[in-house]
Design a protein around this ligand. Structure first.
Ligand SMILES: *Cc1c(COP(=O)(O)O)cnc(C)c1O
Length: 431
């Protein structure tokens, strides 16, 4: 007991405290600038993803539109701030159009892909529970390549996950998913594309399976949602993935990735708008009457809504197409550049959208993790894959001006790794 108390005291002494007197903004601003120096230099393309940036002019539009509504609370958008309510509705409508939703479809604006997927799983659970209250634990079927937000949804909603291996080409294995389905299955996860492999799962075949079995199919277009439709307009062969595919019940697409909205913005869309009934939260009997919120969040910034709405309007189809043209051209140039480096190969198939993986050719005396470390020592944040070993390389616009520098650093690192026969171990936790 005495020890615990002194431990607590020691902790209190070293704990950061509020300053007694507030510090002026100029000083704090300088401090923020100083602290930022510890971070990777994303403006110069040193981060493989996590940041989505067009240019300074577009950033100004993002910042200003966000700031105009940063104090408003979108929790009560439809009652207190009709402006935000209308913007949310319009964002959902534009999303339904973009992803070819059928008549009667509906959707929600959420804080991010994680919440979008959570909402889609909650709907699937609600519908199944109502239809089959006799069933015990329900389950989700997901390939090894899934995004971990589906694991989070299962943890929170108390569901099991049945994991299945991918096919040899790293797309979801429809036969394995068919095998895994049982009467307690509620949700098939499909990537559009998968975040780890950058490949579209076979949506049409999965849709057929969904229709045949009655299990809901979710198309997770969080990463590629705002790339694919525009890449297709530009003539890239983008496999089918959206709400026009029979059997797809729900789709998620992140506005705060390639929609170029500031963070805190995503869409979850339902082919049948009646599903929204299972998505909402209503607490009817409270001292204040009833409380209703569309999604899991309570208070949330109106800025995220206003910024997302503004970006869709400001870029428009033409703006997105031009941004996506740059991203796709850089992706193909990067893949060709890596292929041209002696000792490396790009996984095939690749390039369903704008990310790819590469590894060291068999028989070389060095491994890909050594290459990743050497690149990291030159300031590049490198995404590493454990299984199969790879460098994971998503492409955004910040990579276009630095592509040559990246490729020449990579070629040099390969030469060094080969010369010194470097074999590093996998560095977990990059992402
Ligand atoms: C980013 C992403 C998510 C999760 O989205 P957050 O916005 O990070 O919550 C889910 N699925 C895929 C494929 C993603 O790329």
């Amino acid at each position: 007991m005495a020890q615990a108390t002194s431990g607590l005291r020691r902790e209190v002494r070293t704990r950061k405290q509020l300053p007694e007197k507030g510090i002026d903004w100029e000083t704090l601003r300088a401090e923020l600038v100083r602290r930022k120096r510890a971070d990777y230099d994303w403006r110069n393309g040193r981060v493989p993803y996590l940041v989505y940036f067009v240019d300074e002019a577009v950033k100004r539009v993002q910042d200003e539109s966000h700031a105009m509504f940063s104090v408003e609370n979108a929790l009560s958008a439809h009652s207190s701030y009709p402006s935000l309510g209308a913007m949310e509705d319009e964002i959902v409508q534009m999303g339904l159009e973009l992803f070819n939703a059928p008549e009667g479809a509906g959707g929600q604006f959420t804080s991010g892909g994680t919440e979008s997927i959570f909402q889609a799983v909650k709907v699937a659970r609600g519908i199944k529970r109502e239809a089959r209250p006799d069933l015990g634990r329900l389950n989700i079927i997901a390939a090894y390549s899934r995004h971990p937000s589906v694991d989070k949804a299962a943890a929170i909603l108390d569901l099991d996950i049945k994991y299945v291996d991918c096919r040899a080409d790293y797309r979801a294995d429809v036969d394995a998913i068919r095998e895994a389905i049982d009467e307690a299955s509620i949700f098939i996860y499909a990537g559009a594309p998968t975040i780890y492999y950058g490949l579209m799962d076979p949506m049409r075949e999965l849709g057929e399976l969904a229709l045949e079995t009655g299990v809901r199919l979710h198309s997770d277009a969080c990463y590629g949602g705002f790339i694919s439709p525009f890449a297709r307009d530009l003539g890239y062969a983008i496999p089918e993935f959206d709400l026009s595919v029979p059997g797809v019940s729900s789709l998620s697409a992140d506005l705060h990735k390639f929609g170029f909205a500031q963070k805190g913005a995503s869409l979850v869309l339902f082919a049948d708008g009646n599903d929204l009934e299972y998505a909402r939260y209503v607490v009817p009997d409270l001292p204040g009457g009833s409380y209703a919120s569309p999604t899991a969040q309570g208070s949330r910034s109106g800025g995220a809504v206003a910024c997302a709405w503004t970006m869709l309007q400001h870029l428009g189809r033409e703006g997105y197409r031009e941004v996506v043209r740059g991203i796709m051209e850089t992706t193909h140039a990067a893949m060709d550049g890596v292929r041209a480096i002696d000792g490396l190969y790009v996984f095939e198939p690749s390039g369903d959208t704008n990310l790819f993986r590469y590894d060291v050719e068999p028989g070389e005396p060095f491994n890909i993790f050594a290459v990743a470390r050497l690149m990291n020592e030159r300031g590049w944040m490198m995404g590493q894959h454990r299984e199969p070993p790879a460098i994971h390389q998503p492409i955004t616009l910040v990579h276009t001006p630095v592509l040559e520098e990246y490729l020449s650093d990579l070629a040099e690192c390969v030469v060094i790794a080969r010369r010194d026969r470097l074999q590093d171990t996998f560095l977990d936790g990059t992402y």
